[in-house]
Design a protein around this ligand. Sequence first.
Ligand code: ATP
Ligand code: MG
Length: 566
Amino acid sequence: MLSKKDENTRLDFIRQIVAEDLKTNKWNGRVVTRFPPEPNGYLHIGHAKSICLNFGIAAEFGGRCHLRFDDTNPEKEEQEYVDSIIEDVHWLGWDWGEHLYYGSDYFEQMFEYAVRLVEKGKAYVCDLTAEQTRQYRGTLTEPGTESPFRNRSIEENLELLERMRAGEFPDGSRTLRAKIDMAHPNLNMRDPVMYRIVHAAHHRTGEKWCIYPMYDWAHGLEDCVERITHSVCTLEFENHRPLYDWFLDELGVYHPQQIEFARLNLTYTVMSKRRLLQLVQEGLVGDWDDPRMPTISGFRRRGYSPEAIREFCKRIGVNKFNSTVDIALLEHCLRENLNKTSPRVMAVLRPLKVVIDNYPEGQVEELDAVNNPEDPAAGTRKVPFSRELYIEREDFMEEPPKKFFRLAPGREVRLRYAYFVTCTDVVKDAKGEVAELHCTYDPATRGGDAPDGRKVKSTLHWVCAERSLEAEVRLYDHLFTKENPDDVAEGMDFKSNLNPNSLEVLTSCKVEPSLAEAKPLSRHQFERLGYFCVDPDSSEGRLVFNRTATLRDTWAKIQKAQERRK
Ligand code: ATP
Ligand code: MG
């Protein structure tokens, strides 16, 4: 058995803090976390790390996790984003029960708290413009300069604040600022802005407000109102923590603990909502859910399973150092999961017709095929076989090099679940390209084995020409050509690293008839080709598939090579 100490060291540093707090009863046995997205874009895989951390901690320690929209910036926020975020967190497998909150629901309370700070002489209305405020702020090496409005009387500040709220002043003409220290070494503490004037409709509060709280002011109060215990956020907020603490301490209210961890970065991926929005708005991808996007909705459409993403988040762990994770690890978690769960089918992406000359014309037989060798309970299905079939174009070579063991003139191979066939003739079109193959089959090899024990060196997948279904298949590659999309030439931006070949569309693929019933987003392994998922663009009679991943696991290879070196 593990000692208590060992058990604790297996926990990441945040879980260690939570476990310790439970032991000392710091929060009276409560564990309350939150995931606080701003509804200004779709969630991405980085958010998944934060989601799995916050909801995971709540689940493991018998607490709860709130889903809270940090909707304090009306100009960039939309209901569409709220809806997508709700869908994505649910799809990942987490549930907040009745604990769905909106920062905007606390606007009134936040305003009352602001009045309290003004009354304490800890906040003032400032008439400097945004540009002037920046100039007065100073730099890392020079202290800032106090605003000429800093010493207004409490009465004047209260009156101006009310008039700000009442809409008497134009956008940007005044702010409410905390009165802290313009010489503070942490720039965030140099009289930070708490409210700005923005005459913009909010997706929830409509025209009710024309002053909106800044992130630092709003966030701690949202945590406070919801009686969060552990307010987990990414490292860039580390030097905002003194301000988080200052606001709550000055108000003398309930005070959660802010804890920072390193955000997720992935190779070949950009992960800021601003940039993802740019890709969408400039038409460089289809939409937020384009299967090349690192968004949750993109991964879902691509065919990723929530289990794979959760496993990935577990494997990368949580720490305090920024680093970049190899996207091959995410794909490895995906393959591990899909290998266990996705039924096998046969599909031909680039079809080449094969005629079995000695097979009876008009005959169709149903052969048994295994649905998933990893899962005996998945059973078998029937696949039709007939005189005319399709195989993969690249599985035939007229003049095969030494290591090519697949079909070639005069050579015998196995058709999976069917028969041994031997290529007897090659028909070419006017351009001299291979148009059709003729073969003979050996009826004694039904099911794929020769009774005389003779062997063949390869097994090919195939589909029945008459009964197969037409399909479009979309093949994807990394959206960027460089591991670090920010590695750009002088004067260029990340978009110059977009991969022009990130999408290849094949329109005349053939898939086995059992896929006629396949539901949108269902995942399948196409034998020998990879994992594929039915795209929602599919319609009656027109199947569209996305390639989720190939079968080649580069992460497993890297691991093996490392072990060999040890
Ligand atoms: P971006 O700056 O990339 O547009 P954001 O961090 O501002 O996004 P929010 O909606 O504020 O987006 O994020 C909600 C939560 O998700 C925050 O707690 C944030 O720290 C966390 N988060 C965002 N990106 C990552 C990431 N790459 N890795 C881990 N957590 C992240
Ligand atoms: Mg943010």
